[in-house]
Design a protein around this ligand. Sequence first.
Ligand SMILES: NC(=O)c1ccc[n+]([C@@H]2O[C@H](COP(=O)([O-])OP(=O)(O)OC[C@H]3O[C@@H](n4cnc5c(N)ncnc54)[C@H](OP(=O)(O)O)[C@@H]3O)[C@@H](O)[C@H]2O)c1
Length: 298
Amino acid sequence: MGYYWIGLALKKLFDDGVVKREDLWITSKLWCNNHAPEDVPVTLENTLKDLQLDYINLYLIHWPARTKKGTTGFKPENLIPTDIPATWKALESCYDKGMTRGLGVSNFSSKKLGDLLKVARVPPVVNQVECHPSWRQTKLREFCKSNGVHLSGYSPLGSPGTKWLKSNVLQHPILTSVAEKVGKTPAQVALRWGLQMGHSVLPKSTNEARIKENFDVFDWSIPDALFEEMSKIEQASFLIHLHHCNRTIGKIIETLFTYELWVSCRRGLFGGSFWLMILMASIGALRNSGTVRFESSS
Ligand SMILES: NC(=O)c1ccc[n+]([C@@H]2O[C@H](COP(=O)([O-])OP(=O)(O)OC[C@H]3O[C@@H](n4cnc5c(N)ncnc54)[C@H](OP(=O)(O)O)[C@@H]3O)[C@@H](O)[C@H]2O)c1
């Protein structure tokens, strides 16, 4: 839905007294083709205008990747080098003017987040990343925690029904078995897992009954033993990046290095994906940046 329509809906809700502005948390993101410092305030001004708001609560850099102004998509020819410190400085000016009450990032690895933390006057308060029981973000979560950055999990249900993820988290036998034992739906267990891990969850639904179902996650918990059981769920997400990447290896690398990739070498996990691991190792060597990690967990 475009921001213009969301703005109309918000205005009606405020005018009708259904909800007050101060009771809502509104986050928006800066897209990759508006990273130029001079474009940042204009983009946020337009967002505020469309949303009919004086301020938003949080403004995020959507991806640590930059594309040419006016282009759409991540075609290799659209990509240009980022200058996150310059973009961040422009965001800090917006913060100073009260256009947003907080600044953050999305899809930042701990390496990229660490680089930003070194130069930020106004520190990022949130890193919004893909996170669900099949993509736990263990290392990144630890990094965020130790640096006072809140991890917010997008696609917390594993984005069922899309090609974005190559595994179906909600149908994983461990998850469905936990759901059965606690008498909740697999979606509720996936969301509750996120809350118990200590991050926020951002589920999306267009279905009223499922929206209500997704809110029913606050007055119960997954018992410790079952919670522990969920840590056995295989990590599946990074395969999607290979799937999503466009034609060239360069593009693959470009996409992958934005992620905190740590590959569990647990026996059997990637059953025969030796060449995939070699590819990942090559990427790590190429980037030499610590964003691709190999970790033996057993
Ligand atoms: N920062 C980023 O780069 C980034 C990237 C991707 C996504 N996001 C954000 O994260 C949010 C969610 O992401 P997402 O849509 O990819 O993933 P998601 O919330 O994990 O999955 C959404 C899908 O799950 C279904 N669903 C919702 N509740 C359900 C339930 N209780 N039981 C079964 N199915 C259910 C929805 O279908 P119905 O609508 O039919 O219920 C929809 O198809 C979005 O707001 C998106 O903007 C951010």
